[in-house]
Design a protein around this ligand. Structure first.
Ligand SMILES: *Cc1c(COP(=O)(O)O)cnc(C)c1O
Length: 396
């Protein structure tokens, strides 16, 4: 199997289906085989066969196909797959050393916050959390030992938009790397490496796999030295995905383009409808002209994505009644699957933050986050309408 990266000029819909996935040369299998073998026969001691596999922690044909696909989708040279998004994040941080400093967006995924705030602290790596809306404030927070800048855009759950190109400039002038968590946007809507990021990270659990049946992660970079370090960490620390999970993600990726376009179209429809609803105090969706990051999102992204959050009037009882009444939307954490999900960040995804930190970010008891799936738009709106009815009765 050859896993040479596909031509960069191919459009993303073509890359999703073909990148890293040439028919296998032995049987001509059109779909990538799942190679479960943990070990590979050698022609003699330390004489590896053609593709160079020896042991599946170090490298595996199904994983190699997925890694080539990740690299092509993000327009980078190297893709590295991990057993979860958090393992991908950890692999990046394992390239740092004690005494290094990191700047992190204040509205990052809870598990990412926990890694910086709890795990890395033990190893003498210090993180400063800050709102990255203003690049000059990011520049002012740089220290002589700042090695890495970490951002998510759109952010979670407030859907704030940060300027990747401007923050890439700040990182570059500080000789630091910029890592962008591109889980919410996906390469269909945003390609951070083209905007100057050093590293892109994904929880493939979300849109890339897209069917809520795999936990996985990925890192992509154009930098040969960083890629070599990441492969060394992947092999040494061993947080690798199974060949079966790699196959599942390859299968999910084939429809990424069409899925993302539909997620965007439906989310747009729901966001506009919510914005005019009497029981909604505020909608956070970068596709609305009222969103503070709207102009930047229009420049930086090909579409505002499938995630929405909104403030329901009526307090915690109304929020609980709203979620309990939904039948199409499932009340659950996570996002990016074909099925629509709804959740209450204050008591679910963001419960690990202190009440004060939640207040500072604007995460109140009325904030509801939606991952808009691929069901019929009228059914989705009807379901939310039933939720609003229940919320009204509960608030009375
Ligand atoms: C889910 C998520 C992660 C963590 O990924 P896991 O696959 O759950 O380990 C990281 N970043 C973002 C933005 C996420 O949504």
């Amino acid at each position: 199997m050859s896993h040479a990266n596909s031509p960069r000029e191919w459009a993303i819909d073509t890359l999703c289906i073909h990148a890293g996935q040439e028919p296998d040369p032995i049987h001509g299998a059109v779909m990538t085989p799942i190679v479960l073998s943990s070990t590979f026969a050698q022609d003699g001691p330390a004489m590896l066969k053609g593709p160079g596999f020896d042991y599946s922690r170090a490298g595996n044909p199904t994983r190699a196909a997925l890694e080539a696909c990740f690299a092509s989708l993000e327009g980078g040279k190297h893709g590295v797959a991990f057993g979860s998004g958090c393992a991908a994040t950890m692999a990046i941080l394992l390239m740092l050393k004690s005494g290094d400093h990191v700047l992190v967006g204040d509205d990052v995924y809870g598990g990412t916050f926990r890694i910086f705030d709890k795990v890395m602290k033990q190893f003498g790596i210090e993180a400063t959390f800050l709102d990255m809306s203003d690049a000059t404030k990011v520049r002012a927070a740089v220290r002589p030992n700042t090695r890495l800048v970490w951002m998510e855009t759109p952010s979670n759950p407030m859907l704030k938009i940060f300027d990747i190109a401007a923050i890439a400039e700040v990182a570059k002038s500080a000789s630091a790397w910029l890592a962008v968590d591109n889980t919410f946007a996906t390469p269909v809507l945003q390609r951070p490496l083209q905007l100057g990021a050093t590293i892109v990270v994904h929880s493939t659990t979300k849109y890339l796999n897209g069917h809520s049946d795999v936990v996985g992660g990925a890192v992509v970079t154009d930098d040969d030295a960083i890629a070599e370090k990441l492969h060394f960490i992947q092999k040494s620390a061993g947080a690798v995905p199974s060949p079966f999970d790699c196959y599942m993600v390859l299968r999910g990726l084939k429809t990424l383009g069409v899925r993302m376009r539909q997620h965007v179209q439906s989310a747009r429809g729901i966001a506009e409808w919510l914005a005019s609803h009497a029981q909604v105090a505020r909608v956070h969706y970068p596709g609305l002209a009222s969103h503070p990051g709207h102009a930047l999102a229009s420049r930086q992204m090909k579409g505002p994505g499938g995630m929405i959050s909104f403030e329901l009037r009526g307090g915690i009882d109304a929020s609980r009644a709203f979620l309990a009444a939904l039948r199409v939307f499932v009340c659950a954490e996570s996002l990016g699957g074909v099925e629509s999900l709804a959740e209450l960040p204050a008591v679910m995804t963001h419960a690990s933050l202190t009440a004060e930190a939640r207040r500072a970010l604007g995460i109140g008891d009325g904030l509801i986050r939606l991952s808009v799936g691929l069901e019929d738009l009228n059914d989705l709106r009807g379901d939310l309408e039933a939720g609003f009815g229940a919320a009204l009765r509960a608030a009375r």
